[in-house]
Ligand binder design. Structure first.
Ligand SMILES: C[C@@](CO)(OP(=O)(O)O)[C@H](O)COP(=O)(O)OP(=O)(O)OC[C@H]1O[C@@H](n2ccc(N)nc2=O)[C@H](O)[C@@H]1O
Ligand SMILES: Nc1ncnc2c1ncn2[C@@H]1O[C@H](COP(=O)(O)OP(=O)(O)O)[C@@H](O)[C@H]1O
Length: 287
């Protein structure tokens, strides 16, 4: 690989999300189905041997650089490298909304771990990168591994899955939702029975639900309104703890017809669900 590389940092959807328990440390135990979208941010990493350290070329709105998951991921790798590594300058083209349930920050962290592992020639295994990633966020491991998966634990116990690669209309109601706030809500559904074995998801996963949906709709009427509108055309769901909602369609043209008719003012995009992450597709092309 050259000394500069641009890699995708895709979105994820939780095709369903069940809360099946609570761990002693307060984290909720989940069962969820992750699929990637062929839509997301792009990140360019350039080695700067003349300038040690990690530099973001531009800040992410509202996120101090020291808290940015890109910087935190790069520093975690620096700490583990066990030898001096060249500096890196990082440029991000941000498309994913924050607090949207699309996992943008976690995806940025995973792309950074994978990219710098290559550029710094650290030869860390996928397991090692997933372990480092888990300390940064529960969703980072699935992005590091890059295969659609049934997730358990807090999302780090992953069984590869192959849900249909349908098209999605993703809408972003005009609110940002804090994951911690939703998990601390008293009215949250927490006792969905645990599935004993990972079901086959070749069929339609929409018969399963998102346990955060009722609480989120109560707190954010704009999410409820969006779900009601999108549900007219087929099953619609919340991803993660929101705010984004999605409807699935068998073809791009079917999705685009609905997208064109959306109420004015609501943001979002149309994208294809993919079982191999665009990050890993790009890495395969580069090899
Ligand atoms: C819910 C999911 C589903 O994919 O997605 P998002 O809506 O965030 O995208 C994730 O598990 C989110 O993971 P992640 O985004 O890393 O969560 P964090 O920032 O670590 O969580 C913020 C806070 O939410 C609570 N939390 C989070 C995850 C979890 N399984 N149980 C929890 O109780 C904890 O109080 C934690 O301090
Ligand atoms: N590189 C980053 N991109 C987006 N958010 C980031 C980043 N680094 C840190 N964050 C923080 O992580 C929070 C969650 O962001 P994100 O992962 O995009 O949403 P969600 O968890 O709802 O899918 C943001 O509100 C922001 O404070």
């Amino acid at each position: 690989m050259s000394q500069s590389i641009t890699l995708p940092s895709p979105a994820k959807l939780n095709l369903f999300l069940h809360i099946v328990g609570k761990r002693p440390d307060g984290y909720h135990e989940l069962q969820t189905l992750f699929q990637f979208l062929d839509y997301g941010d792009d990140i360019t990493f350039t080695l700067t041997p003349e300038h040690p350290g990690i530099r973001l070329r531009e800040p992410v709105d509202g996120v101090p650089d020291d808290d940015n998951l890109i910087v935190r991921a790069a520093r975690a790798l620096t700490d583990i490298a066990g030898r001096p590594v060249p500096g890196a300058s990082i440029h991000i083209t941000k498309r994913l909304p924050m607090g949207g349930g699309l996992g943008g920050g976690s995806s940025n962290a995973a792309t950074t771990l994978v990219a710098l592992n290559h550029l710094w020639q650290l030869n860390l295994s996928e397991d090692e990168l997933a372990d480092i990633g888990l300390k940064l966020g529960a969703d980072v491991p699935v992005f590091v591994r890059g295969h659609a998966a049934f997730g358990e634990g807090i999302g780090e116990i992953l069984t590869p899955a192959n849900p249909p690669e349908d098209w999605f209309v993703v809408l972003k109601p005009d609110c940002e939702i804090n994951t911690g706030k939703i998990f601390s809500e008293q009215g949250l559904t927490r006792g969905t029975p645990k599935m004993k074995i990972a079901p086959a998801f070749e069929g339609d996963a929409s018969r399963y639900r998102n346990d955060c949906e009722d609480v989120v709709c109560e707190l954010y009427p704009e999410v409820q309104k969006g779900l009601k509108w999108l549900s007219q055309f087929g099953p619609a769901r919340l991803t993660g703890t929101g705010a984004c909602i999605f409807g699935r369609f068998p073809t791009e043209s079917a999705a685009r017809i609905i997208w064109e008719s959306k109420p004015s003012g609501i943001k979002g995009f149309v994208a294809k669900g993919v079982n191999i992450s665009p990050l890993h597709q790009k890495l395969t092309e580069l090899k």
